[in-house]
Structure formats: structure tokens, C-alpha cells
Design a protein around this ligand. Sequence first.
Ligand code: SAM
Length: 294
Amino acid sequence: MQLSDATYTATRRALLAPGSEQLIDLAFRMALGRPVGPELSEARDAAVGLGWLKPETHTFKPEGRLLADSLREYQFWQQRNRKLPLEGQIAYHSQAYYSGKSVTEIGCGYGSNLYDIRRTAGSVIGVEPCRVYHQMSAILAEREGVEPLNLRWGRAEEIPLESNSCDLVLCVSVLQYTDVRAAIREMARILRPGGELQIVGGTLGAFTYDCAKPMLKGSLRSAVGYTRTIVDTLSYMGVGRRLTGTISNPSTGFPVYPTEDIMKRWLRGAGLIENRPPARAWPETVFNYRKPEA
Ligand SMILES: C[S@@+](CC[C@H](N)C(=O)[O-])C[C@H]1O[C@@H](n2cnc3c(N)ncnc32)[C@H](O)[C@@H]1O
């Protein structure tokens, strides 16, 4: 799916115009399921006109939801002063650490991490399967007054890059949506010998403890979602597939959160060596591995 030419042009114009903050705030709140007050009713009408929302229900059209995902991440990025999510928490997940390196981010979304890393890195490439996020990346680069990112269309399980081609591969909050073992093998493949893999993601323990209360306290729907994720995680770890559905790409459905021990086993199985022990940035775990020198 991608934005039609008309929606792209209208969205670009609206997001580059004065007053676009209201439109971004609306998308941000709606993407997080937060209430939208009367102060945003004008923005809501504008979002209907732009083709983001259905006129009858004021709920997202499918492309509007994807576009709002990017605006939600953009707003989060602005709120953390345009810095990496773990900047200041994990020393090797800081802008300074990426200095001079060729960095590839798998599942980069519209590219907030890469905008930051690019300030010091030797080069950056983003791989992302959702075309709407590519389109939003171009618009948001223009809004920020910076060059567009070097993005490739592709999936973690089949990365469109040469083997042994980059110094560092980064994967933040993505692995749970992939065929995890295939994704790890592919990320190992594109690393140069001695290159480093950084995975930031959830594990079963953290998911179970962190999400149980809010999910189970919420609606029946969220309790079902929670249970489904546990079932899929256990079946993926056991037999290599999700029991309750099949992932389609691009998608953020049917997440799985393998245990830390299983992740370590799969990373070793892909020929990687532990660089640093897993670090906690609750609820995320940061795995740091490297490819052996040839
Ligand atoms: C929660 S977002 C994280 C985006 C970005 N890494 C960040 O930290 O802001 C999840 C991303 O994973 C991407 N994704 C989902 N399935 C994927 C796959 N099989 N291969 C690569 N990326 C995938 C989605 O399109 C989305 O951009």
C-alpha cells in the first residue's frame, strides 16, 4: 500500500504549511488511541479532507493509519529532542558511538533513528517494507530541512544488500514482527567480518511482566491479544511458526518475543559472537553481537 499521488501531494503541502503542528498532534493522539478534544476539531476536518480519516466515522483509513504511525514516531522523536531512544542509557546506542561507521537499520520506519545517527556516521542505509513510511520519510525530511535518507524497500528476512557490506546493523523494535531466525541470519550476512549487530527488542520475560497488567486490566480484546502473543511466541520457539496467524509484510501484527536464552542460541547459530552481555533498557533488552573476523 502507498499514498496515492493526490493524497501524497496534499499531505506534503499540509505538513509543510504553518499550523501543521495541530495536524501532527491529532495523528499522534489518534495513533495512540488517546481522546481528541474540541480544540482539534479543525485539524480533524482537515484530516478528513486530506483522505486520512473516513468522513462518516472520523476513524483512520488504512493509509491514514500508516501515515499516522510515522507522525506518532516523529512526535516522539521531537519530544526526546531528536535523539536516539536509548541515548544516555546505553553507551553503545548513542550518536557518538556510530561515528564514522557504515550503519544499516532494518525496519527503520520513517527513519527517526537514522536522522540522528547520520549526523556522525560514515554512511547510513534504512531498509523498510512499508512504502507509506518511505513516502513520509521524504516529507518529514523536507519539513526538517535536511536531505532525504537513503532508504531501500525490503524485509529483514531478505535484505536487499550485499553480504559483508556494513560495519553495524541496527534493529530497533522490529524483530518481533519478523521470521526472527531468518532475520537474524540475514543481518549476520550483510555484516562485514568484525562488524556489529545491535538488536533492541522485547523478550518473553519482559513482555509477560510488563504487558500483563495493563493488557489484562484493559478490554477483553487486549487480553485476547496478550494471550495470542504468548501462544505465538511459544509456538514460534518450538516449531518455528506462529499458531494464530501468518505474518504478512509489511505488518506489525502477530508479534513474538523469544526468551533471552533462545535469542542467544539463535544469534550464536547465525555465527555471531556475544560482544557485550544483554543490557536492560526496560522493557527492552539490547543484544550486542559481532561477526567473527574472517
Ligand atoms: C515499531 S516500528 C520501529 C521503527 C523504527 N525501528 C524505530 O525504532 O522507530 C516497527 C517497524 O518494523 C517494520 N517491519 C515489520 N515487519 C518487518 C519485516 N519483516 N522486515 C523489516 N521491517 C519490518 C515496520 O514496517 C515498522 O517500520
